[in-house]
Structure formats: C-alpha cells, structure tokens
Write a protein that binds this ligand. Structure first.
Ligand SMILES: [Zn+2]
Length: 451
C-alpha cells in the first residue's frame, strides 16, 4: 500500500485527517486486520459505532465491509459516545469493538478506538495492527453479516438503576455538538434533574467550540449558562463522550484531579483500603488525600488505555486522569464514560449534601501550572527526557520515572515528559506558592536550555 499513514497509528488509537490519512480503503483494511487479531475460532460479533463527524458514515461502511469479508458478524450501534461501544461489548459479550471517532480533534479528523474482548487496544497491539494492515489479508471465510442494534435503552436503564439521586439537580450540559447530548440529556432527566442543554444537537462541523473540556475557553459558555440559570453545576463532554469537564455552581472549573479526590473519599467510606489510580500529572494533594482517607494511591503513566490496564492488574476500584477520563470499577465496568461519571458526581453531591467548595475546603491550596508544551521532534523528545532523568538522578534528586521524570521536592514537584500524541515535551509544576513554583520551573528549564 503506497502512502500508508504511519503517523496516524498512535499510542492509544488511530487518528488522522479524514480522506487523506483515514480513508475508506484504510478503514476496510482495518476491518480485515482487526479480524486477524481476534482468536481464530472467534464467533461472537464485533460492535461498530461512530461519532458525529461527516466522514463517519463512509468510514463505518468500509470498516464493516472489511470485518464482514473476514467472516465476522457486526452489530452496528450507530451514532453513540465511545463508552456505549465499551458498554455494548460488556453487556453483549462481544468479541470487541471498533469505534469510528477522533475524540476532540477538529472536524476534518477521524480515526478509530478499538477493544479486543474488554481490553482497549494500545501500544504494541496497535503497531501489530498497522503491520497487518499493510499485508494482503484475503481470507476464504464466508461473508459475515451486519445487524443494526440500539444499545441506548439498555445503557440508560443501567445508569438510572445504578445512580439514583437523593435530590434533584438543575444541571447545564454542554455536549460540544458531539454525540453525548443525545444520551446524557434524557438520562439525567430520568434521574430527576432539570437539564438545560447547550450544543446538544449533533453537528460534525463542531460550529460552537471544540469539544474538549480540558481547554478553559471551551468551558466559558457552560460557566455563563450555569450562572445565568443559577444551576447547581455544569457538565461538559468531549467529542466522543469519554472525557468530562465540570464547573461548580459559580461556574468555576473543578479539574479532574480534584474530582477524583472527592470521588475517592466517597468510595473509601464504602471500600476501606481500596486502590485508586491516577496519572503522573495529577496534584500531590490528590495522592495525599487518598492515603489520608485510608486508600492505596497508585501513580501511573498517562493514557486511558494504560490506566485501564493498570486497574485490571491492581484491582483498583477507581481511577482518573487530568484530561477528564474517570474510571469506575466498583459498580461499573472500569472504563471511562463521561455521562456515567456525571451521574456519579451528582450522586456524590446529593449524598453529601455539600457543594464542591465545601467538600474541597480542607484541601491545602497550592499553585500549579497548566501543561506547558515545548515543541520537540518525535525523534528527539524521548532522548531529552532520558537525559534529564540521568542528569537529575546524578544530582541526587528524588525522581519517579514511570512516565517521563517527576522530581519530588519536599514541598512540590516538577514533571518533564514526552507527549504521546504530539511532537512536544510537556512540563507541569505544583508548589505551595508562586516563588517556589518559579524556582522549580527554572531548575528544569535552565537544564533544557543547555540541550
Ligand atoms: Zn474522547
């Protein structure tokens, strides 16, 4: 295959520009290669769905044809958030899933997120898939079939049963014109909430803002609407509904590590000593709070697939990333689902009878930088981080090196890691005040200047 889009095969998914990188021919090959990755005697169906992008229908059709031509049966769950594909795999005991989505990327992108069994495909498996897609995989198997299947009612009923609210909320939801509005608005109404909808009409052009709740400017409309309607909270979803953003009743963003802190305290009342996982970028206050509440805090590598794998390995009941992926495994399946996370967050607020600011009042106030990105080529970025680890270890610094370099100071930390998704280095710092923050930042930046 000429012009194979090697760069579209990333750590956790396949993503690129539709029509040039992510073509229908590529989708067809993916269907065939995915079938080859399954056990030889696999007879269960594969779940296929998509987000709202305009390139989705053509890619989905080609993908299904590839799967069918390899002898597999497909259940087409249509336009839904990615977590509903995960839910379908669990509930229908499917062979796996391929979801056509580019998450929060601009509208001209598309891609694929995949599961084999109940495990997200990532790392080496995605590279293996890439190799298979460059081979000729014609099989002599009988053609499979494709059955349309709606998973929405089953999902909604599951969450309504799982998350009854002891008091109703007035909630604003911003789906960024992705697929989550269609699921979350009726779901939260069934939970008794008054729901005010913002950008809940699916529109693959994303005309209002990028569906990425980790960017503060994408949360401005949500915050304003919460204030205007005197709502209890606002919930935003990313473009495929696996990441959540929250604003409180004042329209203030509550970042994911603080959400995880609150959810952890709640969980540990029911499951003393439970293991809870977060990533290398999260606040030290989160890890301290989990330990203080009697939990076992695990710091792990960034990436939703890696976190899910670590949850299975450790038996963790809860996990979360700064990017808004929250994973519940106590009453749920352990995958990242923003609509479900929103219900759990409202249930926590209802059960405690408190506001976010009341619940966070005892958490020490620190200053932290957002993620600072420094352009660095894909060829160089990992080397730079390796050199940094050698250098700062030799100077006697306390270093966590599971994913980049997190230097632990007595009163804070500084992180330098290579981005898995961009040609960039990423830094983040947390300190008791701005003066110390600047000192920590200067330490790493002055070394970077010498490189
Ligand atoms: Zn996403």
């Amino acid at each position: 295959m000429t012009d194979f889009p090697h760069h579209a095969f990333r750590e956790y998914d396949i993503r690129g520009i539709a029509a040039t990188d992510i073509t229908e021919a590529l989708a067809y090959r993916l269907g065939q290669a995915f079938a080859t990755m399954l056990p030889a005697n696999e007879s269960r169906p594969v779940i296929v769905g998509r987000d709202v992008r305009l390139s989705g229908p053509g890619l989905q059709t080609a993908l299904i044809r590839g799967l069918n031509d390899a002898g597999l049966h497909v259940m087409d769950i249509g336009i839904v958030p990615t977590p509903l594909a995960y839910y379908a795999v669990h509930q229908l005991s499917a062979a796996g899933s391929v979801h056509v989505t580019a998450s929060h990327n601009p509208s001209e992108y598309n891609g694929f997120k995949m599961m084999i069994g109940t495990s997200s495909l990532h790392g080496h498996d995605i590279q293996r898939l890439k190799e298979l897609m460059q081979q000729d995989l014609r099989t002599d198997k009988a053609t499979g079939s494709c059955t349309p299947f709606s998973i929405t009612d089953s999902y909604t009923q599951f969450v309504v049963n799982d998350c009854p609210l002891s008091r109703p909320f007035k909630v604003v939801i911003d789906a960024g014109n992705g697929p989550s509005g269609m699921i979350a608005a009726p779901l939260y109404r069934q939970l008794g909430c008054e729901v005010i909808e913002l950008y809940c009409e699916p529109d693959g052009r994303f005309p209002n803002h990028h569906p990425d709740p980790t960017i503060a400017e994408n949360m401005v409309d949500l915050a304003n609407t919460v204030r205007a309607h005197k709502a209890d909270l606002g919930i935003a979803f990313d473009g495929d509904g696996d990441r959540i953003g929250i604003v409180d009743e004042h329209g203030t963003i509550i970042w994911s590590d603080m959400l995880l802190l609150l959810l952890s305290r709640r969980l540990l009342l029911e499951y003393p000593g439970a293991t809870i996982i977060s990533e290398i970028k999260s606040s030290q206050m989160l890890y301290n709070a989990i330990e203080q509440a009697g939990g076992k805090a695990v710091m792990w590598r960034t990436g939703h697939s890696l976190i899910k794998a670590k949850m299975k390995e450790t038996g963790a009941l809860l996990a979360g990333e700064m990017s808004g992926h929250l994973f519940f495994a106590d009453r749920f399946f352990g995958f990242d689902d923003a609509a479900y996370a929103g219900a759990r967050i409202m249930q926590m607020l209802a059960d405690t009878g408190s506001t976010f600011s009341e619940l966070l009042a005892d958490v020490p106030i620190t200053v932290a930088t957002p993620e600072i990105r420094i352009a660095c080529s894909d060829q160089e970025k990992f080397d730079v981080v390796d050199q940094a680890i050698i250098h700062f270890k030799s100077l006697g610094y306390d270093i966590i090196d599971i994913d980049g370099m997190r230097i632990r100071f007595a009163d804070g930390w500084g992180l330098l890691r290579a981005s898995n998704t961009q040609p960039a280095l990423v830094m983040r710092f947390e300190a008791p005040d701005n003066k110390r923050l600047d000192e920590m930042r200067a330490l790493i930046e002055s070394w970077l200047d010498t490189q």
